[in-house]
Design a protein around this ligand. Sequence first.
Ligand code: PFF
Length: 469
Amino acid sequence: NVKGAEKLKKKSSFSGQIGFVLAAAGSAVGVGNLWRFPYLVARDGGGLFLIIYLVLVLTFGFTLLTTDISIGRKTGQSAIRAYESMRPGWKKLGFLTFMVPVLIMTYYAVIGGWILKYFIVFLTGASGDAAKDSYFTSFITNTSSVWFGLIFMLVTALIVYNGVEGGIERCSKFIMPVLLIMVVCIAIFSLTLKSKGADGVVRTGLDGLKVYIIPDVSGLTVSRFLQVTLDAMSQLFFSLSVSMGIMITYGSYVKKDVDLNKSVAQIEVVDTVVAFLAGVMIIPAIYVFSGMDGMSAGPSLMFVALPKTFYAMGTAGRVIGLVFFLLAAFAALTSCISVLESITANCMEIFHTGRKKTTLVLGVIYLAATAVIALGYSLFYLEIPLPNGTTGQLLDIMDYISNSFLMPFITIFSTILVGWLVKPQWIIEEMEHPNGKFSRKQLYIVMIKFVMPVIMVILFLQSTGLLDR
Ligand code: PFF
């Protein structure tokens, strides 16, 4: 219809390959790379995790990224409309996919706000406070912590309000190069560290690097290997922002003359390199100042173990800490933008509303949501048991539903849809068009038709706790 065609013509887009890759990498590189990846490596046997992760990036990551981006560009639509135009009956899958960013958005700005707070703490020279054991807990359980999340949410909404090229691309083109430089600098610095621990042992950054990259296979069992693989897999999904409609939305903004083959490879590389370098920054530093004990810090690594490590470094630590939290805030911001953009784009297509109006409405809704989730540690404190055996507050619940439940569930069905109903050829045409060859075509076909559906069922059963029963 004419109205639809006009809409398509007016559709915003990235200016070219670089703009798209930086924006997509901006979405992919986030707290997942800086915080989740290093703590999983530390917990899951160093190099063992690294090798498994790398293999998964080149197989699963590649397949999902290719699928999402191609669906986006080929249909020119976001998740709900895109799935609908592939197979009308599958609009429901589009809707489920849309629900992932809808849920993630409720808490991502909260985490962004925590990072902002730590940046300000280091900026005002109060890093000694942040090194205290109870600092983080007393911060998040105080109702005033809400403000940081709200500010983060407001900035995100403002950038999305300014559109694809003028807001998202402009911001990613500035942030991503700066972020890469900061990561490399801190990583190099981390390797030069040296300190004598309380036990009298002198530890160096290079020793820490060995702990990071040499596989620890002592006492490795089949079930442990499986667990590490599953950890790596769910990390990969989160890290690449796939199976949540975000890359479909970003794909829909890519012009037809951009070589998607190259873009996919570049996004994989940037995301993986930043995650790897985040480990080089963090693991040797923790190892030098806290020894092996610090390595098992788990999720609290970023807000507890790391500030302690920066404090132990003295003056240099204050500067490094400041730079670290600045880069983490940047990384979180570009990811947060992509989450809001995906929701905005879906809403614009469904309600036929303009960008500005849509962002305004969503901005208000999510300011409220951010406040509620942030208050989940104080005013609205709940302890809800999760199906995987842990308990959590509001934030954990949103995270669980979106990442552990919806994401694997959606992937099972989207691989069936693409692999068996619309057929891989539909995607391959987009990858081969109009420039060059789709170099990993055979791999793609095998992955999407056979490997992915089976493995995703296992991942789904495992993350819902059904496998252990
Ligand atoms: N990929 C981002 C990261 O690694 O931190 C996280 C993320 C961004 C997750 C956007 C989900 C999302 F919708």
